[in-house]
Design a protein around this ligand. Structure first.
Ligand code: IPM
Ligand code: MN
Length: 370
């Protein structure tokens, strides 16, 4: 029984996560595993009601789970970054989720804004470092609010932090049935500290003679991703650059409505979320596309060892998009959030199992359908 913590969060978060759980239930029914959920209320409403972003013991609670499923955090009523840093950042840093795994994959040709690119041209695995860089928020303000104000934020990289994510990336690249090429994306020509990434990459790379080592600056990477996305296999990069290039990647996939990610510490409780934000203007309207959350749920199953189920969810998404049963990824698809969730459930062939069961109400033997 997998124990999953659910943080719907803000805006469209709760709605898309609800569809994600619905699909997970269907997959559980079909593939014979079970999971229970624990809901956590953190987000803007909780903060406004309690003046607390996330209690100190929340991380201890999370450590007892097998995985965390997060919707989206962020609300215009709250000071920029307070919730994002206090919840998303706190989970990533607090649980030491040093890998941010963000696959960029084109599911259907018509979704891609690039002319002439097909699914075989866009299949990049981005591995974003997730616990260092400017995200550590070392720095501050001097003479704040005056004409002489100084603001600083330090880019921090540790040998350990860089090495572990690079090592993970080499392993991930090796495990993929692709070109066996790992690209280090940095800005070593302008940022001297990135030399640590280059040296570590070269050193660790010697242990992987089967992998081709490739290096690219982040600005050039943005160009190549648009011009020749097929030239990339696996990318490893810094926290900040990974944030930026995966939004670009999401657009190449057809939009943020499909891009999913995992915040991972191998062997430990990890967190899965859509890459998109809370889109407050669509909150409660049942119009947001839940495929990114559903895909994140699939990645969570993969992490939990339910590989067949994870693959089935990915295949179902691909089928529904290529057949145009789900015609687009935006709010213009003509389908509701729940309607898209229903289609994925139906495509999984698990309608009855998914709809009839209540949360955690029935245990299914792990081996029954395998
Ligand atoms: C993401 C988001 C976050 C980030 C924000 C919400 C802090 O943009 O997950 O990509 O920058 O990492
Ligand atoms: Mn981002």
């Amino acid at each position: 029984m997998h124990k999953i913590g659910v943080l719907g969060g803000d805006g469209i978060g709760p709605e898309v996560v609800r569809e994600g759980i619905k699909v997970l239930r269907a997959a559980a029914g079909r593939f014979g595993f079970d999971f229970s959920t624990v809901d956590y209320p953190y987000g803007a409403d909780h903060y406004l009601a309690t003046k607390e972003v996330m209690p100190k013991n929340a991380l201890d609670d999370f450590r007892k789970l097998d995985a965390i499923f997060l919707g989206a955090i962020g609300d215009p009523r709250i000071e920029t970054g307070l919730l994002e840093r206090g919840i998303v950042g706190a989970i990533r840093f607090g649980l030491d989720l040093y890998v941010n795994l963000r696959p960029i994959r084109l599911y259907a040709e018509h979704l891609c804004p690039l002319k002439g690119k097909t699914p075989k041209d866009l299949d990049i695995l981005v591995i974003r470092e997730n616990t260092e860089d400017v995200y550590v928020n070392i720095g501050g303000f001097l003479k704040k609010g005056t004409p002489d104000e100084v603001a600083s934020a330090e880019m921090i990289y540790t040998r350990k932090g860089v090495e572990r994510v690079i090592r993970y990336a080499f392993e991930a690249c090796r495990a993929r049935d692709k070109a066996k090429k790992l690209t280090l994306v940095d800005k070593a020509n302008a940022i001297a500290a990135h030399d640590l990434w280059r040296r570590t990459f070269d050193e660790v790379g010697r242990e992987y003679p089967d992998i081709t080592l490739d290096r690219a600056y982040v600005d050039a990477t943005c160009m190549w991703m648009v011009k020749n996305p097929e030239s990339f296999d696996t990318i490893v990069t810094t926290n900040m650059f990974g944030d930026i290039i995966t939004d670009l990647g999401a657009m190449l996939q057809g939009g943020l409505g499909i891009a999913a990610g995992g915040n991972i510490h191998p062997g430990k409780v990890s967190m899965f979320e859509p890459i998109h934000g809370s889109a407050p203007k669509y909150r409660g309207k049942n119009v947001a596309n839940p495929l990114a959350a559903i895909g994140a749920g699939g990645m969570m199953l993969e992490h939990l060892g339910e590989r067949e189920a994870a693959q089935a969810i990915d295949d179902a998404i691909a089928r529904l998009l290529t057949s145009k049963e789900i015609p687009s990824l935006g709010t213009d698809s003509g389908l509701s959030t729940t309607g898209i969730g229903d289609r994925v459930v139906a495509a999984l062939g698990g309608k009855a199992a998914g709809a009839a069961r209540k949360r955690g109400s029935r245990k299914v033997q792990a081996s029954s359908n395998r």
